[in-house]
Design a protein around this ligand. Structure first.
Ligand SMILES: [Fe+2]
Ligand SMILES: [Fe+2]
Length: 283
């Protein structure tokens, strides 16, 4: 296997507590708004992420109910995972409000919440506990990769720093969910095929409505005189092409996705370059 960058290898280490930062202690005075205020893609990358992160409490209760009786998991979800996700939302919200003060974040969020809230229900959870843990690993792979890209591409140092903190938390979440996945995979003696199905379902959903809904409500409040068309969202995504090619951590993402399958090393070694190339095309 090729050399693994230390940062890309960190998802293989033991989970650690991630309460290493908080919003109020960030050096808000150092924010260099002029470096990012005219950057349209970053406005949408940060504002849409803030909406989704801050809404974590909507699905925490569903998730906790799925693991009722397992105090280790439910306590971690309630005492660590949820507060950390909410903190991500709070930091990004404050960032948006500081850099783009004329954008009515609260109004856009209210509109987003009304529509997005209808999608968050228990029916979205996987049938078994181990399969849901696989789904969670994929979600955390997505967020870890997203914030890696935001960190590496950000033209503004404070956003780089915030994205780095969030990314560290998301990798930590992955580690916990992966550990719990292993526990339940043993208990439920789940087949590799079932794991693959859960994995694939969730990967297909990465391109689902969440991003579009968040973008639509940010767009409508930013441009109240325009009529929103889904093509605006498509154009936004196409404009991210270069950033994605340059900064999206494809290899890290594929490795994290493959891990629950526990493939024999020669298989992983053979499939990895093909999958990374495929992922680049897919995105
Ligand atoms: Fe998060
Ligand atoms: Fe997370």
């Amino acid at each position: 296997m090729g050399t693994v960058h230390p940062e890309e290898a960190e998802q293989f280490a033991e989970p650690v507590r991630t309460d290493h930062w908080n919003v109020d202690e960030l050096p808000w005075d150092s924010l260099q708004a002029e470096r990012i205020v005219d950057n349209e893609p970053f406005f949408f990358l940060v504002s849409t992420a803030s909406f989704v992160e801050i809404t974590t409490d909507l699905y925490t209760s569903n998730l906790t109910a799925h693991y009722v009786g397992d105090d280790e998991v439910t306590t971690w979800l309630q005492d660590h995972w949820q507060p950390e996700e909410l903190q991500h939302g709070a930091a990004l919200k404050r960032y948006v409000k500081t850099v783009w003060p004329s954008f009515d974040w609260d109004l856009a969020y209210q509109n987003f919440y009304r529509e997005y809230g209808l999608l968050c229900n228990a029916a979205q959870l996987e049938a078994t506990r181990s399969q849901e843990m696989v789904a969670r690993c994929i979600v955390e792979t997505g967020t870890s990769s997203y914030y890696t890209m935001v960190r590496d591409a950000s033209p503004e140092p404070l956003l780089k720093r915030i994205a780095h903190h969030i990314r560290t938390d998301e990798v930590g979440h992955y580690k916990y969910f992966f550990r719990y996945f292993r526990k339940y995979a043993q208990q439920e003696s789940v087949s590799r095929r079932a794991i693959f199905q859960a994995l694939w379902t969730r990967i297909r959903e990465i391109d689902n409505e969440d991003g579009l809904i968040a973008y639509k409500h940010a767009y409508q409040v930013r441009y109240p005189d325009h009529v929103f068309d889904p093509q605006h969202y498509e154009r936004f995504r196409m404009n991210l092409d270069q950033m994605t090619r340059d900064h999206f951590p494809f290899e890290m993402a594929v490795r994290m996705c493959l891990r629950p399958l526990d493939l024999p090393h020669p298989v992983e070694r053979l499939s990895l370059p093909v999958l990374v190339a495929g992922a680049r095309r897919f995105l």
